[in-house]
Every structure is written in structure tokens, then in C-alpha cells.
Design a protein around this ligand. Structure first.
Ligand code: PMM
Length: 263
């Protein structure tokens, strides 16, 4: 899954793709290089970020999604709002990626259920402004698993098909660096819930910390290493900015797992 943030303030690509033509060109390029999905977002979720209104968010993503879909690029929409998800689905998005896993907007699950599309439920405890304060766990792997299970139950109760659910540990969202590493170390516990798992580590702060305070651009090799290991552990997908490096990493993991490098 290639990241396409149509925002002025995302932590690593904010401001680069605010112009529709630039955003579409970048999305098409990621698809041509091999991304299976382009994840279009119109609101930054960086820690401390302020919210934008739903109409502003929808106006950022809808034209980009429409243009990508017109070029046969499969698109997911990264939003916590039912209203934005509806506009994105209308524009041709085929997956809803909700970093709040249904908790931010009570209308989201029914929008997804009536569209009958896959739904990424990420583990989440609160909006960006407050999430660092919410990073308190007894046992992060068990707590995230239990909270995600409740998010799944709510989605199923709203009519989402269990075949359409994808889970995500939500690295960096109400989690410190140690929490993120523990979740990656315990990925099998989330996989045991029986749903596909998506991992979003790309360029995140915990990778910079590991490497001695590297800035986001210097975190690409570490991101690719996470992609290889996540794929090897059985993840369904990785959400990344640099598609090329992660495709190579995933190809290595796949060949290693299968014991052969050809189809
Ligand atoms: N991380 C970000 C945004 N959306 N969606 C999912 N499913 N998982 C994530 O980990 C995730 C996400 C924040 O990163 P960005 O600013 O690079 O988009």
C-alpha cells in the first residue's frame, strides 16, 4: 500500500502532494512501480495535529481518487469520517482505511457495511492531539488485541462482513517506541485473531529513535527491514511511502518463506 497524503502537514510527505496533478502523478507512479493499493488521505494524523473539517478533507481526497480510479489505480481512503468515506467511495475508492477503527465516527461502520468494501480497522485510542497521553498499557500486545477485538465486534454488529475486515496494530498511535517494538514482536498474537493484518511503520519516529535520531528520509532502510519481517511474519500488507524498497523487501521475504525465488 503506497501512501499518498494530500495534506499540508503530514510528518513526512506533508505539502508535497497538495496539488491534485502532483498527487495523481505520484499515485500513478507508485501503482506502476507495483503498489497494489494507493492510500489517499486528506487529514494529517501526526501526533499533535489539528483537525480539518469534513468538507475540506473530502475536497482534498475526492478529485485525487477520481483521477486515480480513472487510470485503473486501486485506491483506499485514509479517513476516520463517514462523510469523507462516502465521498471517497462515490469517487471510486475500493477500501476504507480508518485509523480509528470505527471509534471516531459511529456512522462509519454502516457506511462501509452498505458499500460492502474491505475495511481496515486500526487500533486507536484518541485523536492526534491527545494520543501521546493515552499510551498506557498493562500488556500492550494483549491490550491491543482485546481492544481490536471489541472494534471488530462493533463493525460486525453494524453489518460489516467478517470477510472484509483487515486489522492494524496502529504503530505510533498512542504507542511509544517500546510499545511499537512489542507489537511487532507479538504480531502473531494479532494474526491469531484470524483477519489479515496491515502494518504501518513507514518512516515513523520509533525507527528514527532506533537509529540515533534520524530524520524521516533516513528511515527508509529500516522501513524496508520492517516490511520484510512483517511479510515474513504473515502480514497481509505494509503501508509505505517508498514503494520500491518495500517491494524488494517483500520479494525477499516471500522467496525465503517459500524456499524459491520464482513463481
Ligand atoms: N499511519 C498513518 C496514517 N494512516 N493507516 C493505517 N492503516 N496504519 C497506519 O499505521 C497509519 C495509517 C500515519 O502515517 P503518515 O503520516 O505517513 O500517513
Amino acid at each position: 500500500m503506497g501512501v499518498l497524503n494530500v495534506t499540508p502537514d503530514s510528518f513526512s510527505d506533508g505539502g508535497r502532494y497538495l496539488d491534485v496533478a502532483d498527487a495523481v502523478a505520484h499515485g500513478v507512479a507508485m501503482f506502476r512501480r507495483g503498489a497494489d493499493l494507493v492510500d489517499v488521505g486528506g487529514e494529517s494524523t501526526r501526533p499533535g495535529a489539528s483537525r480539518v473539517s469534513a468538507p475540506v478533507e473530502a475536497a482534498r481526497v475526492a478529485p485525487v481518487i477520481r483521477a486515480l480510479v480513472a487510470q485503473d489505480v486501486p485506491v483506499s481512503v485514509d479517513t476516520t469520517r463517514a462523510e469523507v468515506a462516502s465521498a471517497a467511495l462515490e469517487a471510486g475508492a475500493s477500501i476504507v482505511n480508518d485509523v480509528s477503527g470505527g471509534l471516531a465516527d459511529p456512522a462509519m461502520a454502516s457506511v462501509v457495511a452498505s458499500a460492502g468494501v474491505p475495511y481496515v480497522l486500526m487500533h486507536w485510542r484518541g485523536h492526534s492531539r491527545q494520543m501521546d497521553r493515552l499510551a498506557v498499557y498493562d500488556d500492550v500486545v494483549r491490550d491491543v488485541r482485546d481492544e481490536l477485538s471489541r472494534q471488530v465486534d462493533a463493525a460486525l454488529a453494524a453489518g460489516v462482513s467478517s470477510d472484509d475486515i483487515i486489522l492494524d496494530p496502529g504503530l505510533g498511535f498512542a504507542k511509544d517506541a517500546t510499545h511499537n517494538w512489542q507489537l511487532l514482536n507479538g504480531l502473531d498474537v494479532l494474526l491469531d485473531l484470524g483477519f489479515p493484518v496491515l502494518v504501518g511503520a513507514s518512516r515513523k519516529r520509533f525507527l528514527g529513535t532506533l537509529l540515533g535520531d534520524r530524520n524521516p528520509d533516513g528511515r527508509e532502510n529500516a522501513t524496508a527491514a520492517v516490511s520484510a519481517l512483517a511479510a515474513f511474519a504473515g502480514a497481509w500488507g505494509v503501508r509505505v511511502h517508498d514503494v520500491d524498497r518495500s517491494l524488494d523487501a517483500v520479494a525477499v521475504a516471500r522467496a525465503w518463506r517459500r524456499g524459491q525465488g520464482h513463481d
